[in-house]
Design a protein around this ligand. Sequence first.
Ligand code: SF4
Length: 166
Amino acid sequence: MRKARTNTGGEPFAELEGRSYFFDHGLMFGCTRCGACCTGEPGVVYLTRREAGRIARFLGIPADVLEARMLEPFKDGFTVREAEDGRCIFYENGCVIYPERPIQCATFPFWFQNLRSSRAWKEAGRRCPGIGRGRLFSKEEIIACVHASFPVYLKVAEFISTGGSR
Ligand code: SF4
C-alpha cells in the first residue's frame, strides 16, 4: 500500500489520537487483489487534479485525454468513470494505475466509515477478504490513513447527496 500522506482532517482525528479505540493494537490487512472493491456494484472514486496529473504521466497520455476519456469533473477534482459492467475504468484484470492510484484507493480499507466501530470494521471484512490477513497496521498508520482519506470521504458524501451535481 502506498504510504498515506498526513493531511488535515479536523476534529475527529484529534479525538481518535487521544483516546483508546478498538484498533489500539493495530489491525491486519493484506490485499488479495481479488478486485471486489474495484468491480461490481457502482461506487464513487474521487481524485484531485494533482492525482489526475500523476496518473496521466504514469499512463504516458496527455492530462486532457485522461480527463475526457476516463474521468468526470466534480467540484475541484474528478470522479473516475465506470465501465458498462460497473467496474472501475482503470481495472483490467487488476488495477492498471496501481502505483499511482488515488488516495481513496490507497488508504482502503482504513477509511473513517469503516473505523467508526469494530462492527463497521467487521462489516467491511465481509466485503473485503484482505481484512484480517496480511500484515499488522499500527494505530498510528491507521490514523494516518483516516487523516489522508477523510477529505475524500467528505467529497464522496457530497457527490452522493447531490447526485453528482457539479
Ligand atoms: S476487496 Fe479487499 S482484498 Fe479485494 S482487491 Fe479490494 S482491497 Fe484487495
